[in-house]
Design a protein around this ligand. Structure first.
Ligand code: PEP
Ligand code: MN
Length: 269
């Protein structure tokens, strides 16, 4: 038992929480695949990627419009124009959309966005979490890279105690002494979270490793240890990506990953 964890605690809500987004259901036995570029870069880029990931079986399109970059000199995203391009991709493909919100004053811009992402750097932006708790959109809450499992659950409580129970947790790697991978993917957190909470838990193997060749094996491992879904960065030209090209898989590689993760999922039945 963890002190102060109430709404997300499985003991008070033994059944898995299932979150609906249009016709899609997240959590329980569903394996939800979210894919798309790190950043929305152009109409051609986002539409092309959206079409190909849909073809491969992705359920949700991701794309950053407001990018919280470590350096202020790096590409900061296309901002409101990026959101418009995501809406266009949604109309073209029918895929629901997830995008990161970095400030509550942007909420109006996110009207057409189906799932609001709270990035690792904002996991403990409590004022943002409280305000998102007053909305009725599903929230994809990423674990901060220096945050414990308990802190992640307490951040989920900030959202839920303000009225919004639609929280999806995301393990995206934590910072350790190991510099060869961008972060260290904490897979035991996934299995432990599944015990502690009824909320859906997904894994982002792209930010967890920072290396595109590791995305497939970590996706397979994530599904094997009980993840309810994956969020994978896909780019049609990774070497030209404006952010996170080193960890982006190509649409062809993504297609192969989806086939293999579905095989793992079926093997678990
Ligand atoms: C992202 O998903 O675009 C992102 C910035 O990830 P994180 O917040 O996990 O670093
Ligand atoms: Mn990224």
């Amino acid at each position: 038992m963890i002190d102060n964890i109430n709404k997300s605690d499985r003991r008070f809500h033994p059944e898995d929480t299932i979150i609906s987004v249009g016709d899609l259901t997240i959590g329980g036995d569903n394996l939800t695949i979210i894919a798309g570029p790190c950043s929305v870069e152009s109409e051609e880029q986002i539409i092309q990627i959206a079409r190909s990931i849909k073809e491969s079986g992705a359920n949700i399109l991701r794309g950053g419009a407001f990018k919280p970059r470590t350096s202020p000199y790096d590409f900061q995203g296309k901002k409101a124009d990026g959101i418009k391009l995501l809406s266009l991709a949604k109309r073209e493909t029918g895929l629901p959309i997830v995008s990161e919100i970095v400030g509550i004053n942007h909420l109006d811009l996110f009207d057409d966005i189906d799932i609001l992402q709270v990035g690792a750097r904002n996991m403990q932006n409590f004022e943002l979490l409280k305000e998102l708790g007053k909305t009725d959109k599903p929230i994809l809450l990423k674990r901060g890279f220096s945050n414990t499992i308990k802190e992640l659950l307490l951040s989920a409580e900030y959202i839920m105690s303000n009225g919004n129970n639609k929280v999806i947790l995301c393990e995206r790697g934590i910072r350790t002494f190991e510099p060869m991978t961008r972060n260290t993917l904490d897979l035991s957190a996934v299995s432990l979270l599944k015990e502690l909470t009824h909320l859906p838990v997904i894994v982002d193997p792209s930010h967890a490793t920072g290396i595109s060749s590791l995305v497939e094996p970590m996706s397979l491992a994530s599904v094997a240890c009980g993840a309810n879904g994956l969020m994978i960065e896909v780019h049609n030209s990774p070497e030209n990506a404006l952010s996170d090209g080193e960890q982006a898989v190509t649409p062809e590689e993504f297609d192969n990953i989806v086939k293999k993760v579905n095989n793992i999922k079926n093997a678990l039945k």
